[in-house]
Ligand binder design. Structure first.
Ligand SMILES: C=C(O[C@@H]1C=C(C(=O)O)C=C[C@H]1O)C(=O)O
Length: 279
């Protein structure tokens, strides 16, 4: 029987969502039905779009260009306060209204769309935007501003000495300031026909993903121990990030926020008109 191919994000933030897939005893059962691979968010989207993956942690911005996939209820990667790992860095003296050139992290789909949308809708700014690998000094050599996401953003924020005179904007906080809504980055999204092929029901998929998240959230201290040797960040930073910065439940507020994001992004001509569809 073929397994459901999962494209998961290789950053720290999704680690609680993947707990059961990585740890026995649950992993021993799940490995028979699921084949998990890790990559960057933009690649998760590309793999689901091409059919190389059946299920992925997909930036919500990328969903707007994939009519054949649907979001899975239950889990998300979102933030109700500062997210810390999505940083827009502006050269000294510049503001959201005066940036003319913006380099976005090539790993990003959602945050890049959020920044472009907010600049256009809330500040009347439409900078020239291009993608680059996550390298803050290099990005700021080509551009007025740089957008970093994920672990490179966490590391840059923690070690920001050379750029302490720049303006560091937490993109989730800025979105909340303007909309009063949570900031949502990604959801699980699936090709429904793949579930049929793999003999996995909608109910089983939702139960497996939510059980994994729930168990992951009871193992934060184990995740802190696992990730401390992998990233040059303190245990305290990792613990706070997983417990306070990231929100993992796709609740009504998050669904409302996604709706608002799609409306504004379409208005700003950043994304095509789109409405989230749930499995
Ligand atoms: C919180 C984060 O959200 C991420 C940002 C994404 C994006 O910008 O496309 C996509 C998925 C999330 O992993 C992060 O990675 O820092």
């Amino acid at each position: 029987m073929s397994r459901l191919r999962i494209a998961a994000i290789s950053f720290l933030n999704p680690a609680p969502l993947l707990w059961d897939f990585e740890h026995p005893p649950a992993s021993q059962q799940l490995v028979q039905r699921y084949d998990v691979r890790y990559t960057l968010p933009s690649q998760c989207a590309a793999q689901l779009a091409s059919g190389e993956a059946d299920l992925g942690l997909i930036p919500i911005a990328a969903l707007a260009t994939m009519p054949e996939v649907v979001a899975v209820p239950g889990c998300t990667i979102a933030s109700l306060h500062a997210v810390r790992s999505i940083q827009l860095v502006l050269k000294p003296g510049l503001t959201m209204a005066t940036v003319k050139t913006l380099a976005t992290d090539a790993a990003s789909r959602s945050s890049a769309a959020y920044v472009r949308t907010m600049m256009r809708e809330f500040y009347g700014d439409t900078p020239h935007v291009h993608e680059e690998e996550a390298d803050l000094p290099a990005m700021l050599r080509t551009s007025d501003a740089a957008l970093l996401i994920g672990d490179p953003a966490l590391l840059a924020l923690e070690h920001r000495n050379d750029f302490a005179d720049h303006t560091w904007i937490d993109v989730a906080s800025l979105w909340q300031h303007h909309t009063g809504l949570p900031w949502v980055a990604a959801v699980w999204a699936v090709r429904p026909e793949a579930l049929t092929r793999c003999h996995i029901t909608r109910e089983d998929l939702i139960a497996d993903l939510t059980a994994s998240r729930d168990r992951g959230l009871t193992h934060i201290e184990d995740l802190v121990l696992e990730w401390t040797p992998r990233l040059p960040l303190s245990a305290e930073t990792i613990r706070n990030y997983l417990t306070r910065n990231i929100h993992y439940t796709l609740d009504d507020q998050c669904l409302q926020a996604i709706d608002r994001f799609y409306t504004l992004a379409a208005q700003a001509e950043v994304l095509p008109a789109y409405k989230l569809r749930l499995l």
